[in-house]
Design a protein around this ligand. Structure first.
Ligand SMILES: [Zn+2]
Length: 413
């Protein structure tokens, strides 16, 4: 495949290349990405796509999804009132919608069985390349405890509850047995959980350390922590997690500690900026969200200004599926440059997922996972939010979505 007549953002450079060409070989690896003036002659018969002056970017990442969780109805309805076969098919539809939005890689942090990852890898269903935690671990009454206020439990099979060091080790082992690429824990309470508050610490320090050790023993797998309030954020970083999810209460101490430990912040601003309809949620959740939204914006803006490593993630499932790249607009709204937001969703996310040698960058030798956006997102980052502006999506050089005309065997560069 050869893409010509595009502006190239490679995911690492500070500047875009105007009038660029990208070509990849039959193995789906990039052979050239750079100025048209220096591009090699097209291979004979190569499939050529005229990018019509749009912007070519590395395939984007969403480092915090819940593809198994619908965003348009309640957890109660999804868990108790949905036929399981329909549930699987709805998940595959969300995966396709996410890919069409320009997300070629995703890290799922709860509710997505490993079979979906394997199905994408085997080419059975279209979707982002996936890493999945499968489950979420908290203590009794914590963020993953689906016990309803009436006393009945939702009994979500991906929610693990444990309350001491041997218990959390065993829970981590169950998740790893289920095929998890990483372990997801809760080190703070949550806005959407019934029995706790974001300022509460969830797992204790020694429990966090035990899970981190358990994951490390299993081929060095990382741990991601749901951590909203300051106490949970600090406990997570000190305990050795790879990423702080949400981090709404992060302060300067947390930012600096994050830098020292080489950990990432995934601020999931889509949940912060997304309006919540008070008629469609419980009064306690609505009140918690109101209390936390402004704090979150202030603290995340300060973290951006302090230069912490940020990877892009939306919490899709809580926020809407298929509008994932709105997250970049929110990062820009809180002070990032458009180019920095694009790097957060490409090369920085690839580093968080440990795939930076093959993905997240458009340079020779990398996999041709790419997205073409009509227009220039450096001038208007909001263009990426609209799936109809994403006119080409490819993974490993295979076109997954194309809404532009093309020609075969063109001799033009
Ligand atoms: Zn989440």
């Amino acid at each position: 495949m050869r893409v010509r007549n595009v502006r190239l953002i490679d995911g690492v450079s500070a500047q875009a290349v105007q009038d660029a060409v990208l070509e990849c070989g039959d193995d789906g690896r990039i052979t050239y990405a750079g100025p048209a003036a220096r591009a090699p002659e097209p291979r004979p018969g190569v499939r050529t796509i005229d990018g019509q002056g749009g912007t070519l970017l590395p395939g984007l990442f969403d480092c915090h999804t819940h593809l198994g969780v619908p965003s348009d109805r309640s957890l109660v309805e999804a868990a108790l009132l949905t036929d399981p076969v329909l549930g699987v098919l709805q998940t595959t539809e969300r995966m396709k919608r996410t890919l069409d939005a320009g997300v070629t890689s995703a890290r799922d942090l709860g509710g997505l069985p490993a079979g979906f990852r394997d199905a994408v890898a085997a080419g059975l269903v279209p979707g982002p390349r996936l890493q999945t935690s499968v489950g979420v671990l908290s203590h009794t009454g914590g963020h993953a405890d689906g016990t309803l206020p009436g006393g009945k439990s939702l009994d979500l099979d991906y929610c693990e509850i444990a309350d001491d060091v041997p218990g959390v080790r065993k829970a981590a082992r169950r998740m790893l047995r289920a095929g998890a690429d990483l372990v997801k824990i809760c080190t703070s309470g949550g806005i959407s959980s019934a029995h706790d508050d974001p300022d509460d610490q969830d797992l204790l320090d020694e429990e966090i350390a035990a899970v981190v050790d358990e994951a490390r023993r299993h081929r060095g797998r990382p741990v991601a922590a749901h951590a909203q309030g300051r106490a949970g954020v600090l406990a997570a970083i000190r305990g050795g997690v790879r990423s702080v999810e949400h981090g709404f209460g992060i302060d300067d101490e947390g930012c600096d500690l994050l830098g020292e430990r080489g950990a990432f912040l995934v601020p999931t601003l889509s949940t912060v900026f997304q309006p919540l309809d008070p008629r469609k949620t419980t009064p306690w959740r609505y009140q918690k969200k109101l209390r936390w939204n402004e704090r979150a914006k202030e603290n995340i803006a300060a973290a951006i200004a302090r230069g912490v490593d940020i990877a892009a993630g939306t919490d899709a499932g809580i926020s809407p599926h298929g509008g994932n790249l709105s997250e970049l607009s929110y990062l820009v709204e809180l002070g990032m440059s458009p180019m920095a937001a694009i790097r957060a969703a490409t090369s920085a996310s690839a580093r968080l997922l440990g795939v930076e040698d093959t993905l997240g960058t458009l340079r020779a030798g990398y996999a041709a996972d790419l997205v073409l956006c009509a227009g220039d997102p450096l001038r208007d980052i909001g263009l990426l939010s609209a799936p109809e502006q994403i006119v080409l999506v490819a993974q490993q050089g295979v076109v997954r979505k194309l809404t532009l005309p093309e020609r075969s065997g063109s001799c033009q560069t």
